[in-house]
Every structure is written in structure tokens, then in C-alpha cells.
Design a protein around this ligand. Sequence first.
Ligand code: FE
Ligand code: FE
Ligand code: ZN
Length: 277
Amino acid sequence: MFTIGCHLSASKGFKNMGETALSIGANTFAFFTRNPRGGAAKAIDEADVQALIELMHEHNFGKLVAHAPYTVNPCSESQKTRDFAHMVLSEDIKRMEYLPGNYYNFHPGSHLNQGAEKGIELISAMLNDIITPEQSTIVLLETMAGKGSEVGRTFEELKAIIDNMKYPQKIGVCMDSCHVSDGGYDIAKDLEGVLAEFGRIIGIDKLKAMHLNDSMNPLGSHKDRHAKIGEGHLGTEAFINIINHPKLKDLPFILETPNELSGYAREIKLLRENYQG
Ligand code: FE
Ligand code: FE
Ligand code: ZN
């Protein structure tokens, strides 16, 4: 099944996101679990969540890919910043259980001056403190562009975190096309090679979702500036290859391109028309 959607605003509640997704031809979506800059989460309206679950069922939605706020940094050198990350991640993962069996994606963080190894250790310790074997939510580490001291630019760094997990079945990876290209993996011209590398280092079964973004910058630029599909250095054909690849074609695809809803609707239509199943 082709599962495609985009980032939607959660401000009007859960059912509203489902209806908005339908109105633009989507059958999944991403949303920030709270304000992307952090802050308190709204109380869960259980009836509203139930209405979304029914809508998703009725319209054959794929898995949702929620996104943690950007301010979460589990490997900061500041204890206060790490405490905040711990609070947000643990609260959000509990809240995700109202929508059982979906994905919760986060940026592994920036190690600042501590080095990637220390960063990996801090991230792993925090995840092990939060993730329970009972939870139905799978936590996804996002592949990063390698801006500043971001952890997760290389598949090896992500693998090191996964290897430290007490409950590895509760963790996966969300591959962001802009980030991997900016990180130095040539997903546009060598998709096969990048997936083979991912398979060799991490294991392809750990790849659970894709963020589809073109990049304003060339391969290896470490910038993380998203472009609309076909308007960046990756190009439309790269995305047609990604959505049709036998190892990827059944994953949820989430657009995080700089668009209003009408722009997302156009990109969803373009990709749907080029999906061969
Ligand atoms: Fe992200
Ligand atoms: Fe992303
Ligand atoms: Zn990004």
C-alpha cells in the first residue's frame, strides 16, 4: 500500500488532522506532539483521539509518524536540558499510547563539545530509562544532516545507539532524504548503494519510515535546508525511485517540504501518479 502524507498542525485536534489528511489525498501524517519549540503539551481529549482512530480505520490509513519538538536534546552537556528532554520524551511516549502502534520520531541530538561517543552514551541511557517492553509505540531515530555537532549523521552512529538498547524491538530509524544527502549519502544518484550500506550497518528491517524532502544544498553540505520536491539538488526522479524501491515502497512517506496544504496536495498527487506499487 502506498502510504503518504505530510506534517500537519495539531492545533485543531486529532480528528481534524485526519480530515485534513483526507482532504489533500493523504493516508498518513506527521504532527508535533507539542509546540515544535517545546513547552507544555495539551491534555489529551480521548473522544477526539477515538474519532481519529475510527477515521483512520475507515480510510485505511498507514502508520502515523509523530515528531518530538526540536528543542529536545538528550545528549546536551547541560543537565537541565537533558532533564527537559527526558520529561518530554517520556510524557510523549506515554501519550502516544492513546494512538497505539504508531511511530514517534526524534532527532538524536547535538553532543556540543562532548564528542559523538559521549553523545551516543547519553542518548542510549535516556532511551533505556524511558522505553518499556509493554509500549506499542516504536521510537524512531531520525538520520541527521550533520549540522554542527548533530549525532546520527552516519549509519554507524545510529547503529551504536540501537546496539545499546535494552528493548531493541521498540526502536527503529526514520530516513530523511534531505538529511542523508546533506550527510554525504548519495540517495539521489545511488539509492541502491545507500540502502545496501544501511542494510549492512543497521539492517534494513530497522528502517520504518521516510521523510521526503528535497535539499536546497548539494551532497555532503551538512546544512539541513528542505526544498520542495523537484526544486532542490535531489530532483523529482530521485523521489520516484525512492517510493517505488522494493525495500521502501511499503513504508510511510512523510513530506516536510516548505509548503502550505495546497502545495502538499500537489506533491502527494505527483507521487501518487508515479507510484507503481
Ligand atoms: Fe525531523
Ligand atoms: Fe525530517
Ligand atoms: Zn530537516
